[in-house]
Design a protein around this ligand. Structure first.
Ligand code: SF4
Length: 388
């Protein structure tokens, strides 16, 4: 293989304050110019070394990045200069003409000047971490920003020229009722975002919330949660949004191209500590440790990647089912057989159809509304019955 089209993800491991529910790798700190430059240097080194690594492993000589996504952490904490410098480097050394360049942003980090600069250097999509349009919600979630910060950030996004942006929410927080949720959705719709994400609050092991609530969201029962999902899906549907992935909604053509690469098992490279990459059957992960990451690259001049998995057909088939069933379009049974040489017996599928968990159209299966609520359980059931 000589040429490869792929996505590029950058993990920015800095936050102004660590949120009590968050499991992503990030360090609570103020970023000095010195640290920003050091991080930039390490990223360039990582890109150079990855190029050798990919040529050696797969014979890939020509990398063409078709999407760019800065996630975190808080990518909007870094300066526009940082990204401009990185983009120049990418332009010089690779084929870098992504159709979509996303910056994840926290409302309290935006100024008009900074937002304009992000737009001018090439970002064309903002994923704004609103989390909640209720002060009570923001307080419960331990967020730094206020409602005023959100409104200001939205004003800056529009004034700077961004046509494509996503508002990202967390729902199911303690104290949120159906009325509040509906109000939040309608507030969001006032800003006409082309894309919305609604993530259910989960209590992840190792987070302060997990400890405080002993791993249990006692305030929300299954029925209430189901109603929340219903309210979100139905309200957004009436307003022209398609639930194209379990947690993601978009006006047609505004689906996140970068994230679709993950769900469709397409190749992508991840830069920065804790980032994962996947090329063909190989998947690897950088360690969740900034110092280790910086030292490996800058002092030892070697990649910091730690876990390399060589996925066999069985693992790939499982991943195809897991990821594909997150999408509205679901999975193709033909593809499962052709690409991975596995199939799902008819009686197993019929059981799930009878339980109204999946629907089948010719050679494709996808989850119903009920199935989406039980995505993991359906997937495990299919995994257990996967045949070669
Ligand atoms: S700002 Fe985002 S990445 Fe940082 S701690 Fe909060 S939720 Fe996690």
């Amino acid at each position: 293989m000589k040429k490869l089209d792929l996505g590029l993800y950058l993990h920015v491991p800095f936050c102004l304050k660590k949120c009590p529910y968050c499991d992503f790798y990030s360090l609570e700190m103020k970023i000095s110019k010195y640290l920003e430059n050091k991080f930039l240097k390490a990223l360039k080194e990582e890109l150079k070394l990855l190029r050798f690594f990919l040529e050696e492993k797969f014979g890939i000589k020509d990398l063409s990045f078709i999407t760019f996504y800065a996630g975190g952490g808080t990518p909007s904490l870094l300066s526009p200069y940082f990204y401009e410098n990185l983009f120049n480097f990418l332009n010089k050394n690779f084929k870098f003409s992504p159709k979509e360049l996303t910056l994840e942003a926290n409302p309290e980090t935006f100024t008009l000047e900074k937002t304009k600069a992000f737009y001018e250097i090439g970002f064309n999509r903002i994923s704004l971490g609103v989390q909640s349009f209720s002060s009570k919600g923001l307080k419960f979630l331990g967020r730094l920003h206020t409602l005023k910060n959100i409104f200001k950030a939205l004003e800056f996004i529009v004034k700077s020229g961004f046509k494509n942006f996503s508002l990202d929410f967390i729902f199911g927080w303690k104290g949120q009722g159906e009325k509040t949720l509906k109000k939040e959705i309608f507030k969001a719709l006032e800003f006409k975002p082309p894309h919305l994400s609604f993530y259910e609050l989960t209590l992840e092991k190792g987070t302060p919330f997990y400890q405080i609530f002993k791993g249990e969201k006692y305030w929300i029962k299954d029925e209430k949660l189901m109603n929340f999902y219903k309210i979100i899906e139905e309200t957004l549907k009436i307003n022209g949004y398609e639930r194209y992935e379990i947690s993601n909604y978009a006006i047609p053509t505004y689906e996140c191209k970068h994230n679709l690469l993950y769900w469709k098992l397409k190749p992508y490279l991840g830069l920065g500590p804790s980032a994962t990459s996947r090329i063909k059957n190989l998947r690897w992960k950088n360690p969740r440790n900034l110092n280790y990451y910086l030292n490996s690259l800058l002092k030892e001049k070697k990649l910091s990647l730690k876990i390399i998995e060589n996925l066999n057909h069985y693992e790939l088939a499982k991943e195809y089912i897991f990821m594909g069933l997150r999408l509205k379009e679901g999975i193709s049974l033909k593809e499962l057989k052709r690409k991975y040489n596995y199939y799902l017996p008819k009686d197993i599928l019929d059981t799930l159809i009878k339980e109204k968990l999946i629907k089948r159209r010719k050679n494709r299966i996808s989850l119903t509304f009920k199935g989406k609520l039980l995505h993991n359980q359906v997937v495990y059931y299919l995994w257990e019955n996967l045949c070669s």
